[in-house]
Design a protein around this ligand. Structure first.
Ligand code: PLP
Length: 455
């Protein structure tokens, strides 16, 4: 298996190379040059780990031995607190919720990040190499990465989060980890600003020469690959011909993983992208307008994103893999903060995705409604998806993803139902713990200096 860049299809990189690079030097994102087909029948009655092994194996190829890969996967999910790792809950006829909050930080990010942590540990064994993990977070990626890498030798972790724009639990989950190799930076800006600083530093050769930066955002292909697994898993829990998914979205990583599953042979009927009021994805899919607006703060902060990095992967596919066209579109968007897709391309997006933007009010109403009607307590991100499933009468199974545990977003839940959700054991005591973080202005140079002074 070789990998190309969305901005240079001549690249022929191996899995380990693209794992360490994260972002291609030309600014593009890596994609495999073919989609492996999976025989679903061999996955029936297998454990989550076995399903994961079969999905991930073709992407890794021979670069890691099969025994080692299986061990990495086993280690990644052994501490998840639900026996099925990602249980499927039926709420009504043909309506299901796939719960993805049984990892250490109670959001779906753990499903890929634990795997990423273990694969890096494996590859760094016996190597005298130091790496610097650098990531931007809208709230959940950061804590998942910190849990996956804390206390690890030869690995420093710098996580940028938008100052005062993550929930209190999200911040505490990051800043109360006091290991020496963990550095939390609160940027005076929004998530898009954090993500831009990360991209600037990755493309800064002088800095890259001083340390090897590793990207752990969903621009890193290995994250998307590990997320493909639970779409197959969700389908396998049912005994049906086809399935549709509803995915609360921000950076377009999770929903793109669903599309990859479809490419690999999963019989997916519909894919629904759901955004909050930061609706650039909904605008692109419904009208072809990719127009940059300011990020609004909502009750679902992990989706408070306007520049959805992974959408470049979809653009690449929809322009038939023409890297020059991708480059042209991305440059136009960068320079003009706006790009309008041609009709033909919009149709291609619409052939794959349905989309909807959900307001703050609807989000809270939906939390209330599902508690009342189904005794199901959803977090505000999950609720955006639930509002879509609630509005349809499906004739085949629809699965909506539960992206995080409601206790991570206690304030929003309290606003909806008048009570704070009970805290699982992972979050007990978190409010009394000491915090460590550095607040910096929205400026790549200052962040660069901070990193170089601390490694
Ligand atoms: C990251 C996240 C999202 C958005 O997922 P993307 O892959 O960025 O589209 C939605 N909900 C929660 C709880 C998240 O942590």
């Amino acid at each position: 298996m070789k990998y190309l860049s969305t901005r240079n299809i001549k690249l022929q990189e191996g899995f380990i190379d693209i794992l360490f690079q994260g972002l291609s030097k030309d600014g593009g994102l890596f994609l495999p040059n073919t989609w492996p087909l999976i025989d679903i029948n061999i996955l029936r009655d297998k454990s989550y780990e076995e399903v994961a092994f079969n999905i991930i194996k073709p992407f890794v190829g021979s670069e890691i031995s099969q025994d080692e890969l299986y061990k990495i996967i086993e280690n990644s999910y052994k501490d998840f607190t639900h026996q099925e790792v990602a249980p499927l809950v039926k709420i009504d006829s043909n309506k299901y919720i796939l719960e993805l909050f049984y990892g250490p930080t109670l959001a779906f990010k753990d499903y890929a990040m634990q795997f990423l942590g273990n694969i890096f540990l494996h590859l760094m064994q016996n190597k005298n190499k130091k790496i610097t993990i650098l990531g931007a977070t809208s709230g959940d990626t950061g804590s998942a990465a910190i849990e996956a890498f804390k206390g690890k030798e030869n690995i420093n972790v710098f996580i940028l989060h938008p100052h005062k724009r993550v929930s209190q639990v999200q911040r505490k989950q990051m800043t109360t980890v006091l290991d020496k190799n963990i550095f939390n930076v609160a940027i005076e800006g929004d998530f898009d600003d954090c993500q831009k600083i990360v991209k600037d530093l990755f493309l800064d050769e002088a800095t890259q020469n001083k340390t090897s930066f590793i990207a752990i955002n969903s621009i890193n292909w290995a994250r998307l690959m590990a997320q493909v697994v639970y779409y197959f898993w969700g389908y396998l829990q049912l005994n049906e011909k086809k399935v549709s998914f509803i995915v609360p979205s921000g950076n377009f990583g999770n929903i793109f993983s669903a599309h990859v599953a479809q490419k690999m042979g999963l019989p997916v009927d519909q894919l629904h992208v759901v955004t909050n009021q930061n609706d650039i994805l909904n605008q692109i899919i419904s009208s072809g307008q990719m127009i940059l607006k300011n990020v609004k703060q909502t009750y679902s902060p992990s989706m408070d994103i306007q520049i959805s990095s992974n959408f470049e992967r979809q653009i690449f596919e929809s322009v038939n893999g023409d890297d020059k066209v991708v480059k042209k579109i991305m440059n136009a968007f960068k320079n003009n903060k706006k790009y309008v897709f041609e009709k033909e391309i919009i149709t291609k997006f619409q052939n794959i995705y349905h989309s909807k933007s959900v307001s703050n009010d609807t989000t809270l109403d939906t939390i209330r409604k599902f508690k009342k009607n189904y005794n199901y307590l959803a977090d505000p991100h999950t609720a955006t998806g639930l509002s879509v499933i609630d509005s349809i009468s499906p004739n085949h199974p629809f699965i909506t993803l539960a992206c995080a545990h409601p206790a991570k977003f206690g304030d929003a839940v309290e606003k909806a139902i008048g009570e704070i959700p009970s805290y699982p054991k992972e979050l007990k005591n978190i409010f009394d713990k000491e915090e460590k973080m550095t607040i910096l202005p929205n400026n790549s140079e200052l962040v660069k200096t901070h990193i170089l002074n601390n490694i």
